[in-house]
Design a binder for this molecule. Structure first.
Ligand code: GLN
Length: 305
């Protein structure tokens, strides 16, 4: 496996030049665009890695997948009254559909939808408990207590977060946010600023490859039907207006983040995390997607077999 991962990175490496590091969040603009790593967590919990697979990076929108699992656990299917589950075909921070659809975001993986999910997870409790729940889930599943919020990245995003605040206020005007916008956005910025390595991320996402159950401990992180639904949302919405292209090239549910990470789920096989900071126009890691494409070509993994 380590050989396959190293090969995938070698194939993908030239693609680093095809993308650009996110610069609308100043703290992310400082990350070295040459970084490239990948890790695979399999059924026995062993994590194989190659390249910069031990270096923590900002998981950004990949946090939305774990927040979705937590919010569904908390409020159940009622969540779908507030957020849809259709692909948007629009960029991650688009506001245009929100007016037509009366403040109900298309899906939980675009920014507007993720803000609704965060609001639901906060519920009527203290906002900070939502971050505590996220960190507990990630630390527990990855088996590493050192996973934390990079407060510098969170502050940097907050300082430049006018667009995300606009989405929040717009939804609030339609009555689709229960908590104060500033409070919900504060948590949203911090969940996006969680720093993890490819190894930690692959291990943390492993339950999604095994019907919601951690294959090593046997613990059900979520019921099987919820894991399948989260995967289907990742498949159709995980890369915004690039989701079709990712499904076409990789054929696995995946979620990208503007920190350059991608989490992909190979049901029955394991979870893969790739990282390379230079992004394509839709905010998906150019070399990360290429590495995953090379990996599935070699392994034959696909949800379409
Ligand atoms: N924190 C980022 C934002 O809100 C997340 C976007 C992403 O990773 N696609 O803009």
């Amino acid at each position: 496996m380590e050989e396959i991962l190293a090969e995938a990175l070698a194939v993908a490496a030239p693609q680093r030049a095809a993308g650009r590091v996110a610069d609308y969040i100043p703290a992310l603009a400082r990350v070295d665009p040459d970084k490239l790593g990948i890790a695979f967590a399999g059924a026995d919990g062993t994590v194989h890695g190659a390249g910069d697979c031990d270096e923590p990076f900002s998981i950004q929108s990949i946090s939305k997948v774990f927040m979705l699992a937590l919010a569904l656990e908390k409020v159940g299917v009622k969540l779908w009254d507030k957020v849809g589950r259709e692909p948007s075909g629009d960029p991650f921070n688009s506001i245009v559909q929100l007016e037509h659809e009366r403040g109900k975001p298309r899906n939980p993986l675009i920014n507007a939808g993720a803000v609704v999910v965060t609001d639901a997870l906060i519920g009527d409790g203290p906002a900070e408990a939502a971050i505590d729940a996220l960190l507990a889930l990630l630390r527990g599943q990855a088996g590493s207590g050192n996973i934390a919020v990079d407060e510098e990245v969170a502050a940097s995003e907050s300082q430049t977060g006018a667009r995300n605040r606009s989405l929040g206020w717009f939804m609030r005007s339609f009555g689709n946010l229960s908590n104060p916008v500033e409070e919900v956005l504060g948590i949203y910025f911090r969940q996006c600023a969680v720093a993890m390595s490819c190894r930690q991320l692959a291990r943390a996402g492993l339950f999604l490859a095994f019907d919601g159950r951690d294959p090593v401990t046997g613990r059900a992180v979520c019921p099987w039907h919820r894991a399948r639904r989260i995967n289907s949302v990742m498949m159709l919405c995980g890369h915004y207006d690039n989701s079709g292209e990712f499904a076409f090239r990789v054929g696995l549910p995946g979620k990208s983040g503007v920190g350059g990470g991608i989490l992909a789920i190979a049901p029955g096989h394991g979870a893969i995390a790739a990282w390379s900071p230079a992004l394509n126009a839709a905010g998906t890691s150019a070399a990360g997607a290429a590495a995953l494409e090379a990996l599935v070509e070699r392994t034959g993994w696909s949800v379409f077999v």
